[in-house]
Design a protein around this ligand. Structure first.
Ligand code: MLT
Length: 300
């Protein structure tokens, strides 16, 4: 009987992939053969001697000490692409809400007072402040062309946007999945210089940490909309606030709470909900559970 310890609420559809006659699955297990988790951080976890595999129901693995695990011969399986549609949909929503000033307009609407006629009068007097822009003909820059970046790029093409993408390590599969007409850039700087909206889809590594900094924002187009549904550490939040306050950037929408950004009118900071759909959680849990099961049972 293999013992699988679960951190976080792993979707039941995923846990069903571990037949109960061969797998004991619980959040209480003491000497697990494997761990299944979503966002729990394992860096300070005392890794039990019995551990043979880790399954992450998500794409990124920066909540897991992957190097330390591999030194002990413990593979870390993730679920690349399994939540790509969910993240793509939220990125598109973010792009629309930034282009149309939906959050500031909604916040303003909450301040209106009086009866309907009075509120409409105040709305008509102020609505010019919330004039937005349309997406067709605008350029979207996509940094990172893995499963999520490619999905976002293709959706933007379908909206009539020009798309420029950069990824030094693009796989053949991703390249094949890209719609024709997505222009390939040779650097992040080239993307920043060309795009009205930039969206980030790279993991946080030593190479990408702080990648969007003051000088990159200074070189970006005037009125940049920046979207970060990847990892908080890729963007220097203080540099974003400086660029917003100087009027060089239009808005920043990200999927991470941040003290530096809190309360800023031109920022929407969400609580890391990019992958939070039932479908994505099922897909991720199924992929991670399948990998852990197969590894424990076959060694592959
Ligand atoms: C990911 O890396 O795919 C996301 O962080 C997943 C999640 O939010 O669970």
């Amino acid at each position: 009987m293999f013992k699988v310890l679960t951190f976080n609420n792993i979707s039941a559809r995923g846990l069903d992939r571990l037949p109960r006659e061969r797998f004991e699955v619980s959040s209480e297990i003491q000497q697990p053969d494997a761990v299944l988790l979503r966002s729990a951080k394992l860096h300070d976890w005392a890794v039990p001697e019995t551990l043979k595999a880790v399954g992450r129901a998500g794409a990124g693995v920066n909540n897991i000490p992957v190097e330390a695990m591999s030194e002990r011969g413990i593979p870390v399986f993730n679920a690349p692409g399994a939540n790509a549609n969910a993240v793509k949909e939220l990125v598109l929503a973010a792009m629309f809400l930034a282009a149309r000033n939906i959050c500031p307009a909604w916040a303003f609407a909450q301040t209106l007072e009086g009866d309907d006629a009075a509120m409409n009068k105040q709305a008509e007097a102020e609505k010019k402040r919330f004039t937005g822009f349309e997406l067709p003909g605008r350029t979207l820059g996509v940094v990172g062309l893995g499963a999520i970046g490619v999905n976002v790029a293709n959706a933007a093409k379908a909206l009539g946007m020009n798309v420029i993408g950069y990824d030094p390590q693009i796989t053949v599969r991703s390249a094949w999945n890209l719609e024709a007409g997505v222009r390939r850039a040779h650097s992040v700087d080239e993307v920043m210089a060309a795009a009205d909206v930039v969206t980030l889809h790279v993991p946080e590594t030593d190479d990408t940490r702080g990648m969007i900094n003051g000088s990159r924002l200074a070189a970006a187009r005037e009125g940049l909309v920046l979207l970060n549904f990847a990892r908080a550490g890729i963007v220097d939040d203080n540099a974003v606030v400086a660029a917003l306050d100087a009027g060089r950037m239009r808005s920043y929408v990200c999927d991470f709470p941040s003290a530096a950004l809190k309360g800023h009118d031109a920022v929407v900071a969400l609580p890391h909900i990019g992958a939070s759909t039932n479908e994505a959680q099922e897909n991720c849990a199924i992929m991670a559970a399948d990998e852990v099961r197969d590894f424990l049972e076959t060694g592959n």
